[in-house]
Structures are given as C-alpha cells and as structure tokens.
Design a protein around this ligand. Structure first.
Ligand SMILES: [Zn+2]
Ligand SMILES: [Zn+2]
Ligand SMILES: [Zn+2]
Length: 105
C-alpha cells in the first residue's frame, strides 16, 4: 500500500482536518514527493513551504491517490471526475475550492 503521511485517522486517507464520508483522496506534494491527505497535514509535518504542481505537469503526473482502492491518477484526470475512475467512490466536490494549495491553477 502507498504510504500516506500526516494526521490520518483511518486507512482511507481521512485526517484530523477532513474526515467526512467523501474525504478519500491523498495528494502527493511536489516539494517532498510524499502523499498527504491535506495541506494542513503537510504543513504540520514538514518544515518547508508546500510547492504547487505547475500546470504543465497535470497531464502526466500521477499525484492523486484514492484512499478506498489505492488507485493513482493524474492531476488532470482528478480534475475531470466526480468519482474514482477505478472504484467509483464519490470524491469531495468541495476540494475544488482548495486546488490552489496543491496545483498552480
Ligand atoms: Zn512538501
Ligand atoms: Zn489533514
Ligand atoms: Zn478508488
């Protein structure tokens, strides 16, 4: 299984900050190449500032992990779907409000 760092509260990537039914993805950070459930988890565990993925990496970079089935997808795929393409689990649509923390959008 892919290791998810941070303040996780279960095996589906929910954390102390975001832990509703639909909070089931982790995001790999460009700066440290580690999966964290959210930006707060990253910033509490790391001493460096978070780096956002540049737009030209969205198509190629697999930086999103589905916590339910462990499927990794590209940033572009993640932005286009509402459910996991592999296990159909619903993702949290409110994550869109936080894209700028993770992606250079
Ligand atoms: Zn980092
Ligand atoms: Zn968190
Ligand atoms: Zn899945």
């Amino acid at each position: 299984m892919t290791h998810v760092y941070g303040a996780t509260v279960d095996n589906e990537t929910r954390c102390t900050h975001y832990h509703t039914e639909v909070d089931i993805i982790a995001i790999k950070f460009k700066c440290c190449d580690k999966y964290y459930p959210c930006i707060h988890c990253h910033n509490e565990a790391e001493t460096h500032p978070p780096e956002q993925w540049p737009a030209d990496t969205f198509e190629q970079t697999k930086a999103i992990l589905c916590g339910v089935c462990q499927h990794e997808m590209t940033i572009q795929t993640y932005m286009q779907v509402t459910h996991c393409p592999n296990c159909q689990s619903l993702f949290n649509s409110r994550c869109q409000l936080h894209y700028h923390h993770y992606f250079d959008v």
